[in-house]
Design a protein around this ligand. Structure first.
Ligand code: HEC
Length: 231
């Protein structure tokens, strides 16, 4: 017992000796220093080895984010005319696409444009917004391309839907808008196509799809990147 008491005294003195001189400002002993100081460069770290001392680099010129495709038509009257004449819907006109388009249209567009596309949405009836056209307005003569263009950039009082919707969703809405236009004009209903992508237009859909058609994954989830790269 006595010797144990002595031993502990000696131990305490030795422990005190080691700890008392520690410098509070000094870094303590580190186990596995790699955990604190990683071997690779820190993201956004500053290092002399880089030209501007900045680890974070801009992407190589001309890089395109995965799942995102630049929209080639400009936000100008000329760009609008160009899209109106040349831009085509890459999605097949299927029941699924139309159903999906209708659901999205009801969420995003119907408040102004009305369920029938006649420009008599709730906001118009309550006189909260003016100048919402009917889709069969002959002066506008909307096309697949002009509808997409309007959703992409917005038009005067109408905001852009490039952030809220993915490329595929916009084309689904587009099909539905064109079907509303047909109904308003009293045209016969367009018959459904069976394949998922119309071959000749497939380059309009992003990203370039494999032979067996794009996966859901590729078509969707591109919103964020899109919204950031716009404007
Ligand atoms: C806040 C009300 C509002 C909402 C919501 C809205 N629009 Fe519009 N939209 C307008 C107005 C106002 C115009 C007329 C713009 C102008 O020509 O000055 C318009 C015009 C249009 C045109 C005609 C474009 C042209 O080339 O003349 C189309 C097509 C259209 N909208 C489609 C849509 C679609 C599709 C949605 C849903 C994704 C939508 N709009 C949502 C208010 C709205």
């Amino acid at each position: 017992m006595r010797s144990l008491f002595h031993k502990s005294i000696v131990f305490i003195i030795i422990a005190g000796f080691f700890t008392s001189c520690a410098d509070d400002n000094d870094r303590n002993y580190q186990y596995f220093p790699d955990m604190y100081r990683p071997v690779p460069y820190e993201p956004y770290g500053s290092y002399d080895i880089f030209a501007n001392q900045q680890e974070a680099k801009l992407p190589v010129d001309g890089s395109i984010s995965r799942g995102w495709m630049p929209y080639d038509y400009e936000n100008t009257p000329a760009g609008r005319e160009d899209a109106k004449a040349n831009l085509k819907n890459p999605l097949a006109y299927t029941e699924d696409n139309l159903t999906e388009g209708k659901a999205l249209y009801t969420v995003y567009c119907a408040v102004c444009h009305g369920d029938k596309g006649d420009g008599q949405g709730t906001l118009v009836q309550r006189e909260k917004i003016l100048g919402v056209p009917s889709y069969d307005d002959p002066g506008r003569d909307i096309t697949e391309g002009s509808v997409y263009h309007a959703m992409y950039y917005g038009l005067n009082n109408m905001g852009s839907y490039a952030v809220q919707t993915s490329i595929k969703e916009r084309w689904q809405i587009d099909h539905y808008v064109m079907s509303l236009k047909d109904k308003l004009e009293g045209n016969p209903e367009r018959s459904f196509q069976t394949n998922t992508i119309t071959q000749e237009n497939s380059e309009n859909l992003n990203p370039a799809e494999p032979a067996d058609g794009p996966s859901e994954d590729q078509l969707e989830g591109s919103n964020d990147e899109e919204s950031q790269s716009e404007e």
